[in-house]
Unconditional design. Structure first.
Length: 93
């Protein structure tokens, strides 16, 4: 099993109901983690080698999306010895 580190940047956040933004929701396949708005990185452990998609979105306190998720595909190699870095960058307006 491998580790994946997802890093993201958001250059502008202007979404409907922005005042209700509570956290980022980050998914790799069926695995979901939540991160405070001041966080820009999460680590997923125990990821099998393969091809995946990671999505990052801004959510409210009920985990309802406030913007369309940004999705990036990546590969976890069977030969990976360090955490696999994945970067997601978006301008949300």
């Amino acid at each position: 099993m491998k580790s994946v580190v997802v890093n993201w940047t958001v250059e502008q956040v202007a979404v409907a109901n922005a005042a209700s933004a509570d956290h980022f929701t980050v998914n790799i396949g069926p695995t979901e983690q939540r991160a405070p708005l001041n966080t820009t990185s999460l680590r997923f452990d125990n990821v099998n080698p393969g091809t995946y998609a990671v999505s990052v979105q801004i959510s409210d306190s009920n985990n309802a999306p406030l913007a369309v998720p940004v999705t990036v595909q990546f590969v976890v190699s069977p030969d990976a010895t360090a955490p696999v870095p994945v970067t997601v960058s978006a301008v949300i307006a």
